[in-house]
Write a protein that binds this ligand. Sequence first.
Ligand SMILES: NC(=O)c1ccc[n+]([C@@H]2O[C@H](COP(=O)([O-])OP(=O)(O)OC[C@H]3O[C@@H](n4cnc5c(N)ncnc54)[C@H](O)[C@@H]3O)[C@@H](O)[C@H]2O)c1
Ligand SMILES: [Zn+2]
Length: 346
Amino acid sequence: MMAMKKIKLDFSTSSTEYFFDASFDYLEKLTSKDNTVIITDENVFSKNKRKFSGWKTITLKAGEQYKTQTTIDSIIEQLIAFGADRKTFVVGVGGGVVTDITGYAACIYMRGIKFGFVPTSILAMVDASIGGKNGIDVGLYKNMVGLIRQPSFLLYDYALLKSLPKEEWINGFAEIIKHASIKDAAMFKLLEQHKLTDFQKDKVLLNKLIQRNALLKSKVVQQDEFEQGDRKLLNFGHTFGHAIENSYQLPHGYAVSIGMVVASVISEAYKKFKDTSRLTALIKKYGLPVYHSFDAEKVLAVMQSDKKKVKDIIHYVLLEKIGKGVVHSLNVSEIETVVKQLALNP
Ligand SMILES: NC(=O)c1ccc[n+]([C@@H]2O[C@H](COP(=O)([O-])OP(=O)(O)OC[C@H]3O[C@@H](n4cnc5c(N)ncnc54)[C@H](O)[C@@H]3O)[C@@H](O)[C@H]2O)c1
Ligand SMILES: [Zn+2]
């Protein structure tokens, strides 16, 4: 048994307490059952019914397609029905969809009440629940509406991962590889030395990896909460990734992995990056793809509409070397050339 580890990090206007290697039951120490409403989804609820007993719970349908204003309206009605007031605490227990929705609902209910998260997917543990971006999708536009506010706490209980489907483990590891690539060469090596099942079997190893990733993202966010600079590095693999994710309905982790490979090919040209083959080998090792055939015109059209684009410049995240990501301004025309080439010969 390891001991729970508590870490408090300050953000610009509030702080977040992290409880690593904790148990779900510890939630009662953080907030009382009377004064709390939990928001979760059907999958997480059905696998953990006992844990929710005695907690007022709102259970959402699972899936990105429910990350909408309609779901928010229904949550608000249920909060009112539970008699939630300004002192009520809201806790999102689930993957990134649940945490994004919960944070947003809490931020707007009565002009904002406190909230915390119990992330239950790898992606939520290392990425989505961290950094304070809360929001919903509008039609095809992902995360179009929302706001930035930090959760009061994050509670990590790895036992919850027992029911996480293998595809979702794999998906989450794409963001872990992303973190290693942009900021942490030693973690990149660690990932090379292991394989997915090592982390699934060994809780000590998993705890170290999750903590390392959660703190890595948290530090990037702390230094640049409102995405003026360094926080952009977290978009590594995401510019191209988002474009093919939407067009070809790929799982997010797949799209990001393919996007990381594209970014590393571009890095060879602009940053003398030399380790594309090391990156592709690692991506494959964790069951993720390195290529998907695509229509250049279609993908470029989506990249053109990227909400992070300014005029004809895209801030593309490239690698100088493994563990050293940099933001580089590329003209749309430069990207066009590369994307067209990649479409022809992968
Ligand atoms: N706010 C941010 O900074 C940020 C960052 C990255 C991603 N995101 C958002 O996160 C979302 C993706 O997160 P996700 O991949 O966790 O998706 P998700 O919440 O849809 O979870 C994936 C699937 O796994 C299931 N699941 C989750 N935990 C489980 C468990 N322990 N046992 C069994 N099933 C479980 C869910 O029900 C769902 O079917 C996207 O909406 C994305 O926009 C937000
Ligand atoms: Zn991502």
